[in-house]
Design a protein around this ligand. Sequence first.
Ligand code: PMP
Length: 304
Amino acid sequence: MADRDGLIWLDGEMVPWREAKIHVLTHTLHYGMGVFEGVRAYPTAAGTAIFRLEEHTNRLFSSAHILGMPMPWDRETLNAAQRAVVRENGLESAYIRPMCFYGSEGMGLRADNLKVHCMVAAWSWGAYLGEENMRNGIRIKVSSFTRHHVNTTMCRAKANGNYMNSMMALQEALRDGYDEALLLDAAGFVMEGSGENIFIVRDGVLYTPDLTSALDGITRRTVMTLCEELGLKVVEKRITRDEVYIADEAFFTGTAAEVTPIREIDGRAIGSGTRGPITERLQMLYFDQVHGRREQHPEWLALV
Ligand code: PMP
């Protein structure tokens, strides 16, 4: 990953990919206090466009605010940096990774007198959970790891350190032969995947967990808007594990995962055991939206 051609935006400058390096005493590397985003750009008829750039940047700033991290750049600069890395790397479609982290100016938990650094990289990244799985759906397993408790970790923040929990859950699921993990919250209710929000469908109505300890996903919000436009009802509520077992359909949403159907959970088929019709409709509509093939929401597409 580190050894390739291209440019990375680092602290206000475009740096050759291989030279975008930091010191081993980088504070965030030691304690995980940092914030980041995962953003995607897609080809559209008018050129490559970043999907919901402003919302992602706003969430980055909210994450930093929650952690009490001063941001050295304003939103416009970071938006421009994200457009620039896609453009200057000549990417038609891209996954974009902005991150803000504490530098190597000092050590210790006090974290005073530290400088906040920002980087933005972009590269090509296909279907996160596999191309075939987008058609047939993935197999998931309820994790033995619990999603963060709201008063232990700040769940609204997309913070670096939060992802240790996600990684342990995903690695466990993969080791056991599944595609993704489903994490329950500390009370035992369904919360989210390692990097995705979840929706289930039953009798034509969509249900998704209310955002207690789940990340406020931008794809989740997009899908909710698309449902509204289709006249589909979405209910946010606490969901139990067995409600997923008896759902007609289920799917994950995320910038990386896009709209990924779930065909099986804990060895039980969900509905017909393949991508359901409502999932397929929303998946197609989502792809139409991000590729600028719909007239609605032109404000969601930022040309690079
Ligand atoms: N939950 C978690 C834990 C995530 O990491 C992500 C990916 N950012 C999501 C949900 C989905 O969020 P979004 O749709 O904004 O990518």
